[in-house]
Design a protein around this ligand. Structure first.
Ligand code: PLP
Ligand code: MN
Length: 385
């Protein structure tokens, strides 16, 4: 016996089973247009949205309809699930190092299947990894197809990457260019994730200028050594305008702008107000399953339904406002919910952090005018293999 679906196309939101991951299509479309408008004043910047936010071919196709042709993703799993279902995806950067025999084999399958349509790029920060990728490409016998690579430069994130302007960076360019005929040297990745949620705009601008200076120094050292640096990629929802203004990067990689979340909505704009650059389009739809006292609501969306790594969700109340005071595996309590809500009402929660919340679900419930319009799968979800 198959379980009853969450909803069907045409179901009214109030009748969708809970917890469900709801996307309000007109709000998402407005965000896609806002991004387009924001970048109009920066013709030197290519928009390369990050798939790690929505992890789905459905919204990648929506981005394609809004003019996007290049994307990035974090994991092979995302690439494998999404690329085959997005005809307009002509350019895909995996913003990670691909390491390990089986991973490299999977990357080769991806290149084999899609290289005629899609330019595939990965990050490198280790010369032996470059040699391994080159050997795998040689074994894959793909004639003149190339795997494109960007060197990851650590511009302050303190995660992967070689030091800005370092000998290690030049060594990567040299090994790729001189020893790896099946790889194509494309430039550098300079992403500083820690700056995305710096609340104060002026402080953030100065920190991003520091990132741009490191990217510029890296490009200069490469060029002085005879290596080109056509791509300088990086920047997320919280910083892409500042990188664009700094004038060194020529690509940006925002992901969360499609959905927004509580954490992003705490960023301030230039005048010190809460930024309204993008609006919330992603909600966890949940049911009040108990109201044991006048001040306690219990809903059916706990930590299995909404990620807590960037703080609790907030409630978009039908009648109440308030926030989670505690959260368990399958239920959460909103002790401030004193209003008119009754058992059986549904509430919408704005997740604290959109990407890991999306990762908890198999499918979206897309709505417009309060009615379900699609139930697309989240192909790139999972542990990130
Ligand atoms: N680029 C890289 C390499 C990232 O890791 C991330 C997010 O972590 C992004 C871009 C997009 O960031 P956001 O979703 O905050 O816009
Ligand atoms: Mn995120």
């Amino acid at each position: 016996m198959t379980a009853l679906a969450l909803a069907e196309v045409g179901t009214r939101l109030a009748l969708v089973d809970t917890p469900a991951l709801v996307v309000v299509q007109p709000k998402l479309d407005a965000n896609l247009q806002r991004m387009r408008t924001a970048l109009q004043q920066f013709p030197h910047i290519t928009l390369r949205p990050h798939l790690k936010a929505h992890k789905s071919s459905y919204f990648a196709n929506a981005q394609a309809a809004a003019g996007v042709s290049a994307w990035c993703c974090q994991k092979l799993q995302e690439a494998e699930g999404i690329l085959p279902k997005v005809p307009g995806m002509r350019d895909l950067l995996i913003t990670n190092e691909i390491v390990g025999k089986r991973k490299v084999e999977r990357l080769m399958s991806l290149v084999k299947e899609h290289h005629a349509r899609t330019k595939i790029t990965v990050l490198v920060d280790d010369v032996d990894n470059c040699r391994a990728l080159n050997a795998a490409m040689a074994n894959a016998s793909l004639d003149d197809a190339k795997l494109h690579v960007l060197a990851e430069v650590d511009v302050g994130q303190e995660r992967c990457g070689v030091a800005p302007g370092s000998e290690d960076l030049v060594a990567l360019a040299r090994v790729v260019t001189e020893e790896c005929p099946h790889l194509h040297w494309s430039g550098i990745q300079c992403y500083q994730g820690k700056l995305q949620h710096v609340r104060n705009y002026e402080e953030k601008r100065q920190l991003v200028n520091g990132v741009a200076a490191k990217a510029d120094a890296s490009r200069t050292v490469l060029e002085e050594n005879g290596f080109p640096c056509p791509i300088i990629s990086g920047g997320g929802t919280g910083t892409f305008v500042l990188e664009a203004q700094a004038g060194v990067h020529n690509e940006c990689q925002p992901g969360s702008y499609v959905f927004m979340d509580v954490d992003y909505s705490k960023n301030l704009d230039q005048s010190g107000q809460l930024t309204t650059d993008f609006e919330h389009s992603l909600f966890v739809h949940t049911t009040i399953m108990s109201k044991p006292t006048a001040t306690r609501l219990v809903v059916d969306a706990g930590m299995k339904a909404v990620s807590l790594d960037s703080g609790p969700p907030i409630v978009v109340a039908l009648h109440d406002d308030g926030s989670f005071t505690s959260c368990a595996e399958e239920v959460a309590w909103d002790a401030r919910g004193r209003g008119k809500s009754v058992v059986g009402d549904t509430l919408q929660l704005i997740p604290g952090h959109c990407d890991p919340t999306v990762n908890l679900y198999d499918q979206y419930v897309v709505i417009a005018d309060g009615v379900v319009t699609a139930l697309p799968p989240i192909e790139g979800r999972g542990p990130g293999v």
